[in-house]
Design a protein around this ligand. Sequence first.
Ligand SMILES: Nc1nc2c(ncn2[C@@H]2O[C@H](COP(=O)(O)OP(=O)(O)OP(=O)(O)O)[C@@H](O)[C@H]2O)c(=O)[nH]1
Ligand SMILES: [Mg+2]
Length: 418
Amino acid sequence: MFIDRVEVEFTAGKGGDGCTSFRREKFVPRGGPDGGDGGKGGSIIFEARVGVNSLAAFANRRFFRADKGRHGEGSLRHGRKGRDMRLFVPCGTSVIDIADGFVIKDLTTPGEQFVICRGGRGGHGNARFKSSTNQVPRTHTVGAPGEERHVVLELKSIADVGLIGKPNAGKSTLLSRISSARPEIAEYPFTTKFPNLGIVDVDQERSFVTADIPGLIEGASDGVGLGHEFLRHVERAGLLVHLVEPTPVDGSDPIENYAAIREELRQYDENMADRDELVVLTKSELDPDAEVLQEMQQHFKDHPVEHQRDLFAISAAAEIGLRELVEEIMDRVTERRQEMMEAGEDVNPIREVDVPTESKKKRRVPPHKVGPTAALSNDHQARDVPEMWGKQSPMGRTLAEPEEQQDATTHSDSDPQP
Ligand SMILES: Nc1nc2c(ncn2[C@@H]2O[C@H](COP(=O)(O)OP(=O)(O)OP(=O)(O)O)[C@@H](O)[C@H]2O)c(=O)[nH]1
Ligand SMILES: [Mg+2]
């Protein structure tokens, strides 16, 4: 199940209370205060993970509460800390405060962590309050409550390139041809109902991430079709690839379709409309005389735009122009990544191998196998390798041949006993 927006309430664990207690022991009169402190409450921590693709883990649960700290006890025993609750979210998750609507945190880099609610502090036991002037303190403090937050988690996929266009334009087919993603493809509109991500490997060193979103139609800003809902998944993409079908089944004009989608983009966000764009005429084998292509070229000449815009003609079915398109996208993506690096922004690693993994725990070697006495260990002692039967005797001794053994027995029998 793909879930990209959830509303959740988080409460960190309460701290344990301190304890009031006095040492009572035979022959120890006036033992003094010995109440321990309460333990800290558990915190709630978010971690962005490659491999977690949606917020489905939060779909059927509204409240998340971390572990409480235990109370302190007598004999100076402090309460146990509450266990932290670690929740994994996809890279690209925004944590938004529901009351004020501001973004508390944007988790974009794999492995990035963030404490959303801190656990309450544990209370102090009465042993803490002893002093020269107060030798019998009868006070302790209670644990602090854990932080509470009411938030919306929103997933904005992290992709370098966003595929947009009318339903049935061939977005999913293109994604399936250039990457190993296998989205659903069919000849009816709105086949794709949620975004698909695919990694396109141009060669061994260069790759980019592409997002395919459900088709947009006129009036999407008013909620027609699947609406603008999914445009946020291409919001972070630096390049938009706008797919246009030359001969739509409904008989509409490709240029009008193109303009309608541009208008929808503008309605959603002006910044999105100003983003670099590659316009791709799909199913080009259905337009053999390149009539639509020429019409579009003419249209672009008559309507120049501020951002960078290029026109390509491809056919996913006949495999025309795919290589050139991928190379062009890669060049633009590389350019943007360089700009981002120069500006000091993070460039997101796109593979799991890029995630710094914790080093493997070393196996503990028993002390007799390392260090100065290792040579004395039985494991390091030389052993005789028996040649007989090609096997080693279980006792580690050489086994004599049966005849020799007999001889030896005879010999020993004949020997005079000392
Ligand atoms: N002839 C031809 N048909 C194509 C080509 N590319 C895609 N198609 C067909 O176009 C239809 C729609 O393709 P999809 O990839 O599902 O289109 P989409 O843009 O993802 O559509 P939605 O998910 O509904 O928005 C399918 O029947 C494809 O087989 C092509 O290059 N040539
Ligand atoms: Mg599709």
